[in-house]
Design a protein around this ligand. Sequence first.
Ligand SMILES: NC(=O)c1ccc[n+]([C@@H]2O[C@H](COP(=O)([O-])OP(=O)(O)OC[C@H]3O[C@@H](n4cnc5c(N)ncnc54)[C@H](OP(=O)(O)O)[C@@H]3O)[C@@H](O)[C@H]2O)c1
Length: 266
Amino acid sequence: MLKIAIIGCGNMGLTYAKSFLQYNLVQKEDLLLIEKNAENKERLLPFGNVVNHIDEQIQRLDVIILAVKPQDSKAVYPELKKYLKPSQLIISIMAGIPIKVLEENLGHTSIVRAMPNTPAQLGMGITGFTAGKHTKIQAILKADNLLNATGKTIFLEDENQLDAVTALSGSGPAYFYYIINAMIEAGVKMGMEESVAALLVKQTMNGSFHLMNNSDKSLQELIANVTSKGGTTEAALNKFKEMGLEDTIKQGLYAAENRAKELSKL
Ligand SMILES: NC(=O)c1ccc[n+]([C@@H]2O[C@H](COP(=O)([O-])OP(=O)(O)OC[C@H]3O[C@@H](n4cnc5c(N)ncnc54)[C@H](OP(=O)(O)O)[C@@H]3O)[C@@H](O)[C@H]2O)c1
């Protein structure tokens, strides 16, 4: 059984701790949770050994997950570097920090870089991940098994593609919430109670998702199925087209990808 440390146990770090325990990938006594924020300590206690700084305990572990915010990474590197052994696998989920930067700062080569998303909290996430040139296949498979505990995984050979993963699925949940919110607000404007509008919109999203996944029709065909000539859907779609919504959505995603690229150069 693996011995694992998670450095930074906020939203994502805690999600990993819970998921690893849920799937028996680690025993509670072999899970070291390193969390600086004292307020988080209480809620972490049921899931592992909680400490507030990196110490020599880290030497006896197999896998170390880096889940602090990117801006906190610089404080972590020198502390972690002191105790690292070449056989240990590092999995970084920090957005925008390239493997090269991790290799240089940690003096370590067994590294996997992953980009999860928040539905990981329910085991329904999707994680794109990539590995350093010197990371062995066994280490990559080990990382895959662990990341799988939070949902699906996809391995990308080209690290640059993680920027697109960030734009599509990493930030993706926010886009869907944004659209759902706009639809609910429109419902309220039409005179509906917010709870009723929310039920209509959320269940429509849920049903549409399942129909899309269980249908042999393309997205265009599914749209056409709802759109009759001169009807209501056509009126909405025409307005979206007139206002350039499709292009706006694409531009938003390109902006996210660009920002991911900028962050990786900081
Ligand atoms: N949330 C997402 O959707 C998402 C998706 C993909 C990737 N990520 C990546 O996942 C990472 C974590 O994100 P998050 O949303 O879980 O952030 P978060 O909730 O802020 O959690 C990070 C935790 O790390 C703690 N911390 C900071 N420095 C530390 C140190 N030196 N040692 C131990 N703990 C330390 C923070 O404490 P303080 O609060 O005291 O600073 C905080 O509790 C980020 O790098 C982010 O880029 C997030």
